[in-house]
Design a protein around this ligand. Structure first.
Ligand code: SF4
Ligand SMILES: [Zn+2]
Length: 427
């Protein structure tokens, strides 16, 4: 299927009717004049196809130039050519500042094979509206080194402190993924034992955080699956269930995971202020379970206040959705954001949590809590038939441990997660 445009004889050059037609030129849908990006992406979803929006005769809503290469859209979804898109002032959407992300990269090599997650990542946006207080992303070079771009595109004064208040979309990422994969020599593709050559969406943002991000994600996943590349999706957003049809078609090549640190809704809300509640995330995984989609849980980060009973209860919820693996990681008090994390728990009335967080700012206290939680989660998982835990001990934690503990932690870092999702793929 492709798009066909016809000039309105009564209108100007850029005044065009758009139709979706099949390979024999038969009209499938009439899309009227100037369909929005949202309408175009939803047409793809409805017919389960991918339509490259480049060179389909679509025109920029503002200047009338043809969309022949990069594009983006206005907040209302009107298509913009790259020149118009990159010269736009940011939009305000509630507390969020929104604009186009000029980033050129599509796929980035990733070190997340160390966590047995992937070898590559695709980030569908810069910024993340969830604004989790403990998020490490704003302290990474991907954000810290782009302060000038963020200032220009979203008037961001302090990328770390303002984390959660800006979001720059990469609308044409599916088109760029398509082209990038066409030109890829797969003999050069990085395939580590723990990363399986998989691509993860997303490590630096939530790829299903809203409709626009979800539409970009769907296009990218479609392209990756078409190229037989295993895909790992990690999100906090139940929106992910909108793509169950695509995951089903991928025949085991896509695994879907949710980050669920705890089921204490108000505490999670204090630390992840804009993210959907943990129960809703669990329900999305339950839908994956019922649809037979490979799934996993990221039990991360476990709060230092969680005791044996709370951890056991949380694992029992995980058992019910029969995940291929539960990744576990204790909290790591790094970066300036941890101070914000402390503040947020205090403001939410969780003084005892704040005290514990303060305590683990001391390295020895952190190491003690982190090792205790890793061991506890592993021990308790043994009580459940369907729960296999893959721990993520931090390198710093290994270095500050000794003897048997050090050996055990080191060994955990070398493990391959027990998942089978990539076995059908090209690698
Ligand atoms: S959802 Fe992920 S990327 Fe977004 S703020 Fe939370 S931890 Fe960071
Ligand atoms: Zn334009």
């Amino acid at each position: 299927m492709y798009l066909k445009t016809e000039r309105d004889p009564e209108g100007g050059w850029y005044d065009r009717y758009v139709q979706l037609v099949d390979s024999e030129g038969r009209t499938i849908e009439q899309l009227g004049k100037h369909p929005t990006l949202d309408e175009l992406r939803e047409i793809e979803r409805k017919h389960s196809v991918r339509i490259n929006l480049w060179q389909q005769g679509l025109v920029c809503y503002e200047c009338g130039n043809q969309i022949n290469k990069r594009f983006s859209s206005t907040l209302e979804g009107h298509l913009l050519c790259w020149d118009c898109a990159t010269s736009k002032e940011p939009y305000e959407q509630g507390d969020l500042t929104v604009n186009t992300d000029p980033t050129k990269s599509v796929l980035s090599e990733s070190k997340l094979h160390e966590k047995s997650l992937c070898d590559y990542v695709i980030n569908v946006a810069t910024g993340c509206k969830h604004g989790c207080r403990f998020c490490y992303v704003p302290s990474t070079p991907a954000i810290k080194n782009r302060d000038r771009m963020l200032e220009k595109q979203a008037e961001v004064e302090n990328p770390q402190e303002d984390w959660g208040s800006y979001l720059l979309y990469r609308d044409d990422l599916p088109e760029r993924t398509h082209n990038g994969l066409k030109e890829t020599d797969f003999s050069d593709w990085k395939v580590t034992k723990r990363g399986r050559g998989a691509v993860m969406l997303s490590s630096g943002t939530d790829c299903y955080q809203d409709r626009r991000a979800a539409q970009i994600t769907r296009g990218c996943v479609h392209e990756l699956v078409d190229a037989d590349i295993p895909v790992r999706i990690l999100t906090r957003s139940p929106n992910v269930t909108r793509d169950i049809d695509l995951f089903k078609k991928s025949d085991g090549l896509v695994t879907v995971g949710m980050s669920i640190p705890s089921f204490d809704t108000s505490l999670v809300k204090a630390l992840e202020p804009q993210a959907p509640p943990p129960q809703a995330r669990w329900e999305a995984l339950d839908e994956m379970f019922r649809a037979g989609i490979p799934r996993f849980v990221s039990f991360s980060p476990t709060y230092p206040t969680m005791d044996r009973d709370q951890i056991r209860e949380t694992l029992s919820w995980f058992e019910a959705i029969d995940p291929e693996v539960v990744f576990h990681e204790p909290m790591n008090p790094r970066g300036k954001n941890f101070e914000m994390c402390l503040e947020a728990t205090r403001e939410a009335g969780y003084e005892h949590v704040a005290k514990d967080l303060e305590r683990i700012q001391r390295n020895d206290q952190w190491a003690e809590y982190a090792v205790e939680h890793i061991e506890l989660v592993q021990e308790l998982a043994n009580d459940f038939r369907n729960v296999t835990v893959h721990s993520w001990p931090d390198r710093k934690l290994v270095n500050s441990s000794h003897g048997d503990t050090k050996r055990k932690l080191k060994n955990m870092r070398k493990q391959v997660s027990p998942e089978s999702f990539a076995s059908q793929g090209r690698f």
